[in-house]
Design a protein around this ligand. Sequence first.
Ligand SMILES: *Cc1c(COP(=O)(O)O)cnc(C)c1O
Length: 373
Amino acid sequence: MNVPLLDLQAQYASLRDEVREAIDHVFESQRFVLGEEVQKLEASIAEYCGTKHAIGCASGSDALLLALMALDIGAGDEVITTPFTFFATGAAITRLGARPVFVDIDPSSYNLDVSQVVQAITERTKAIIPVHLYGQCVEMDGLLEISVEHGIPIIEDAAQAIGATDRGDRAGSMGLMGSFSFYPTKNLGGAGDAGILTTSDDAVAERLRRLRNHGGRNEYQHEEVGINSRLDELQAAVLNVKLRYLDEWSNERARKAAVYDELLDDVPFELITPSTRDEARHIYHQYVIRVPHYRDALMDHLKQHGVGTKVYYPIPLHRQECFAYLGYHEGEFPESERAARETFALPAYPELSETQQAYVVETIKSFKPERQA
Ligand SMILES: *Cc1c(COP(=O)(O)O)cnc(C)c1O
């Protein structure tokens, strides 16, 4: 049997007619950038996330960059974030000449350890970027308190967490801004690159709208320099179709996760399933397990039996070559480094069949740790 980590073909098969019709509609209109489909998507995402505004842009990476630009972050500034995240989180900070200040993760949630944030704050700290990793929100209560007390705004990197909640609040609605990615493999994925920002602050929303379109007040009057990070109509049209199914899909992912939680409870070697909080909704962008002693051998065993897996992420940001100048060293963020060595994702997409999932579990259970050197 073959079980890929993600099967976008299966998703497309269920949406084919609707998606094609939406794309046809865009071609017939011959309006390709920032038109009606984008406006519709922005209104729907704002409503979905519980924010006043949503501003479409070209990618999740650009969403982070634009959020930092809207806070006038640049050389000499510091931004606190996690080293255990996708590369884009750190890159957005350094692209503006600012310095990422890393704080280690909580080993059970893999999210920023909020209890270590205060000690990382200096007079140069201009923002905090919590990343809701794998689809589970950072514990925002504590972080919001820090934000208010120190007057430091929060940008939520919610690229993996659309629809996730923390005490009833949706990801992207708790900080000053939220940034989302519609990369094709995300829970809500387009047919290429796309992203969006959420905020309930009118002035910030207006600034973001300008910044994504060359900083212009209108086509010819520029009070500042922005970037070209407009969202196109084809992406928005596809996303408008898919958004209708998002909650169904995320609930289905959560059901797959619950099945794994139960069936992986009694494997004969140490295997730690994801920990979740009662007051939070996890949307399982990834279902990530920790296997302290046999991670690579188990991944290899699964591969040999046709099961797709992947490590998110094998190299924490403070160990990336391009960030060597920051001066961080190995061992500085031990939990991030340990997670990079011990964890990997299993297939948990909505269309995964019961038979396929049973096969994944069976394959894990057939792994013989005693045969490992
Ligand atoms: C996917 C992702 C991004 C970047 O989004 P792109 O649309 O690929 O640019 C940023 N942060 C996190 C945590 C992500 O998973």
